[in-house]
Design a protein around this ligand. Structure first.
Ligand SMILES: Nc1ncnc2c1ncn2[C@@H]1O[C@H](COP(=O)(O)OP(=O)(O)OP(=O)(O)O)[C@@H](O)[C@H]1O
Ligand SMILES: [Mg+2]
Length: 463
């Protein structure tokens, strides 16, 4: 057994001779033993090592061993405890077992007693370890499964066929990073899954991570993992995304929003394919491929120094752009038919048809939410449909593009609110553009563009 796989035992007993003797017993075994003769020493070791089993003397001078047991069970819930009690102290034994001790040994004991107790514990601990590793993996898998694994690719337009070709090329180069761009709802994540499941990495994990959804303080530990005790809340060792995605694919969604300090670390990890967990020094080799996606103008982010150019170069070895749905109206009909099939089954509806003329109207609509919007629209239409034919009124689409581009009430409000906020910021900052941009939390150039867009005139007040 390698040192890494050994079960770690901490022996906490005030008699030095006893701890030494006992730890000697574990030499050349499947166990690695640590000794502590005071609670303080014990705590230090618990902090530094991932201890699997604590052998605890409950009769320590000056402290109540049962209190120590209670505390460590809260702090290290995965750790098992065997207590050592004095002969005839059955009361303590019962209390300890009730507080979560796994087993007990009565002093004086023979080594054979401890061997039997350990064999019992060992099997349990190994099982427990496996379970924990699986749980770690599963929590990430379930995250990526949240959106259901939807890997169907529908489309007949030359543009989407080209996207599909590029996806297949990307699948054939399983080590090349891929950047997918396209408006919201165009199917970026869908394509990322298709690439993964068509590549040599398909039997390993595909994990979708949206870094803008993780709090900034946790980002580093989520990506790189952490060592137990490296910060408050790090109660166990944890693998990060890079490590979990060994041999698989890490899908980085919305990369444009990634904080700059994390970008530097991600760049290094991608270049070296080596990560170090937070609070640890041991480098871990991991073989992952990154597929990233954004619906923002990433080049513009680079220009504004919000995104590192070197990282962009690393991420877009292969680049796939998915055109918006309005530029490929031929795809609307097959997509609607596909969604009809999905939702009639899911919603337990009879076969439903689409009335003549509906597709003509849909093809003229500009779909700001792209395929996702079409999918939601179809789902709603099926839910509300009384008979078995879907008319255009079920889709709630106005008949021409011109009408559709007319802003909705909400958009008007949003626009009016934005104008109001800009005017107020300008007033408050005495029409100093930089100060107003800072107050609004946007770049000065972005503010200038908005001023132009909304025809807001700026007359600087001379002081
Ligand atoms: N070509 C396609 N065939 C079948 N379904 C598709 C296709 N393109 C997109 N979809 C479906 O449309 C929905 C939105 O797709 P997806 O989540 O991949 O978009 P996205 O580009 O990642 O969006 P966002 O930018 O908002 O994250 C999903 O339900 C997806 O399955
Ligand atoms: Mg997405």
């Amino acid at each position: 057994m390698t040192t890494k796989n050994k079960i770690k035992i901490l022996i906490l007993d005030d008699e030095k001779q006893f701890t030494e003797e006992l730890s000697g017993f574990f030499q050349d075994s499947d166990f690695e033993a640590f000794e502590a003769n005071t609670v303080a020493e014990g705590r230090r070791i618990l902090n530094e090592q991932v201890i699997d089993l604590l052998i605890l003397d409950v009769r320590l001078p000056g402290v109540n061993g049962l209190d120590v047991l209670k505390e460590v069970k809260v702090q290290y819930p995965a750790m098992e405890v065997i207590i050592i009690s004095a002969h005839g102290d059955m009361d303590t034994v019962i209390k300890a077992l009730r507080q979560g001790a796994f087993d007990y040994l009565r002093k004086p004991f023979r080594f054979i007693d401890i061997q039997i107790a350990l064999e019992r514990t060992q099997k349990y601990l190994q099982m427990h370890r496996k379970l924990k590793q699986m749980e770690e993996k599963n929590s990430l898998i379930s995250k990526s499964l949240e959106n259901k694994i939807d890997r169907q690719f529908i489309g007949v337009s030359p543009q989407i066929m080209e996207v599909f070709e590029q996806a297949m090329t990307s699948a054939n180069y399983p080590d090349a990073n891929v950047l997918i761009t396209g408006e919201s709802g165009t199917g970026k994540e869908n394509i990322a899954r298709i690439i993964h499941y068509s590549s040599a990495r398909k039997d390993h994990i595909f994990s979708a991570v949206n870094s803008s959804a993780i709090t900034e303080t946790l980002l580093e530990s989520e990506f790189f993992g952490h060592k137990k005790g490296s910060f408050t809340g790090a109660i166990t060792d944890k693998m990060g995304y890079f490590e979990v995605c060994h041999k698989g694919t890490l899908f980085l969604d919305e990369i444009a929003d990634m904080p700059l300090n994390l970008q530097a670390k991600i760049l290094r990890a991608t270049e070296e394919k080596v990560v170090t967990r937070v609070g640890d020094t041991i480098p871990i080799r991991t073989d992952f491929r990154i597929i990233s996606a954004t619906n923002h103008d990433i080049e513009e982010r680079v220009e504004r120094k919000n995104f590192r150019l070197d990282l962009l170069h690393r991420l877009n070895t292969l680049h796939i752009h998915i055109p918006p749905l309005r530029e490929r109206p031929e795809d609307i009909k097959p997509l609607v038919e596909h969604f009809l099939e999905i939702f009639t089954t899911k919603l337990n509806k009879p076969e439903i048809h689409v009335a003549g003329g509906v597709f003509d109207v849909l093809r003229k609509y500009d779909f700001p939410g792209n395929v996702r919007e079409l999918r939601n629209m179809t789902e709603r239409a099926i839910m509300l449909c009384k008979g078995n034919v879907l008319g255009i009124e079920d889709f709630r689409v106005k008949s021409s593009k011109a009408e559709k581009v007319a802003p909705t009430d909400e958009e008007v409000n949003l626009k009016l609110n934005e104008i109001k906020m800009i005017r107020k910021a300008l007033q408050n900052c005495k029409y100093n553009l930089q100060a107003a941009a800072d107050a609004l939390g946007i770049h000065r150039d972005a503010l200038s563009r908005k001023l132009k867009k909304y025809n807001i005139l700026v007359t600087r007040v001379e002081m």
